[in-house]
Design a protein. Structure first.
Length: 204
């Protein structure tokens, strides 16, 4: 977010109440978006009205201080417990945006056991930022049943900021993946100038 710091601070503070679930700030608060009663003749479902996940992503983009990033980290590690899948997905994406000094406290081993593939993808991103520290978890994710998680790991390994035996071991496993797209990613190696560190904005 290329805005002056005072603007970013104002934006961050403006969305925090939405992140913590203050429904009075949600203009969709009165819209019936949950699953309709099975006996109701009026069957409508327009999706989630929750703004917690999108607001958290907005806060993550606006954060400019260590305290703000740490607050976002704490919220992002709690939100995967939500029953709202969209909020869970956005929380996972917010974890991927954390700077290394703030993300280092998050245990990707816990993310790797979550039922939502996006949260496990966030675990992939954090593992590849600290490959020696989280090598065992990365090995587990290299055999994840969801190809999207393995694909994210292949991309992260190809874009890893540093080389090492841990990265090589992960790529070796992924070269034997059943999916050609993953095998080809695992065989690729970006040049130093092309490496971005972490994969894209959101788990997908």
């Amino acid at each position: 977010m290329g805005r002056p710091q005072p603007d970013r601070r104002y934006t961050f503070q403006a969305v925090t109440s939405l992140v913590v679930g203050d429904e009075s700030d949600s203009y969709l608060g009165e819209v019936p978006t949950d699953s309709p009663h099975p006996l109701s003749a009026f069957q409508v479902n327009i999706g989630s009205a929750s703004l917690r996940g999108p607001a958290l992503m907005f806060a993550a983009a606006a954060a400019s201080s260590s305290d703000e990033h740490a607050w976002g980290r704490d919220q992002a590690t709690e939100l995967p417990g939500s029953r709202d899948e969209h909020d869970v997905h956005e929380a996972a994406a917010a974890l991927c945006r954390l700077p290394n000094d703030i993300a280092g406290i998050v245990d990707p081993g816990l993310l790797a056991t979550h039922h939502h593939f996006g949260v496990r993808q966030a675990g992939v991103v954090l593992c590849m930022r600290f490959p020696a520290r989280h090598h065992k978890t990365a090995l587990h994710l290299a055999r994840d049943p969801d190809f999207r998680v393995r694909r994210a790991l292949a991309d992260a390994a190809a874009n890893a900021a540093v080389d090492g035996p841990e990265i090589d071991a992960i790529r070796q496993i992924l070269r034997g993946d059943p999916r050609h797209s993953i095998r080809s990613r695992a065989g690729a190696r970006r040049t130093t100038s092309d490496r971005a560190g972490a994969p894209g904005r959101t788990p997908a």
